[in-house]
Ligand binder design. Sequence first.
Ligand code: NAP
Length: 284
Amino acid sequence: MKINPILLDGKALAKEIEINLRARVARIIQQTGTIPALATVLVGNDPSSEIYVNMKGKACERVGLVSVKVHLPETATTEELLDTIEKLNKDDNICGILLQHPVPEQINERLCFDKILPGKDVDGVTCHGFGRMVMGEKAYGSATPAGIISLLKHYNLTLEGKHAVVVGRSPILGKPIAMMLLNEDATVTICHSKTANLPGLIRQADIVVGAVGLPEFIKADWIKDNAIVIDAGYHKGGKGDIEIEKVKEKVMAYTPVPGGVGPMTIATLISQTVESAEMNSKSF
Ligand code: NAP
């Protein structure tokens, strides 16, 4: 008998997380007399990035944080961006720094990410944070993958011993989610554009993570019955990286698009900012 698939409702969980964060921020303000801030740095005029940064700013306001928006022009240089990050590193009111990816191509994005102080790296983008996370040390996780893990844990889905196939190996998504699943004792296969026989590998997966950036690239008939399906993609028309609509009936659990991974990314970023603010408040 087929049991109804579990809808991994990131939107609902993000709302719950925000309620808890609001109370924590109110306590920090009471204790310190200052309102902690998240700085978002946007470079250039990419419309999607502008939308993402605005969504993050609004989430700050909902939980009572200040959102400091820094917008550099499309022509900004690596040096200018490094200077901006350095100023934010030195500003005691700023508890977290988010540098919106991607930046214009003349900028050395890795250098700029790694300029963010580890204590303010609430989006989990530095090599330092990534290395610590891989080693199982305390670090702010990369927001999207950490949000995915929180969602899986919230629904008590067993990861131990499962074969997870991650499609994508980007520094902010594919690589960290693969390492986080490994840390949860899953057996992980990482796939990318040079992978041979991708459908064959996905057909073996108990957990599939779509982090490719191509609409409905992962086909329904590559996914085995009772798999857990996580779709990080978002494309025009509400499509993800996976043919979710066609697999809903045969899987154990799936993330909707939208309303799955996206809200959990923002909730994780804000949650890690509040954690950083709590650390700062201890020095008062
Ligand atoms: P990315 O940097 O473009 O990386 C895409 C990855 O997919 C690369 O590793 C690439 O392989 C791989 N790939 C491309 N074509 C492939 C193919 N034909 N077969 C197998 N693998 C292939 O993208 P990203 O930043 O990780 O984002 C991935 C998706 O997640 C996008 O849809 C993005 O919008 C979404 N996303 C969502 C959130 C959120 O908050 N919801 C946050 C971040 C990203 P190579 O390494 O070999 O090039």
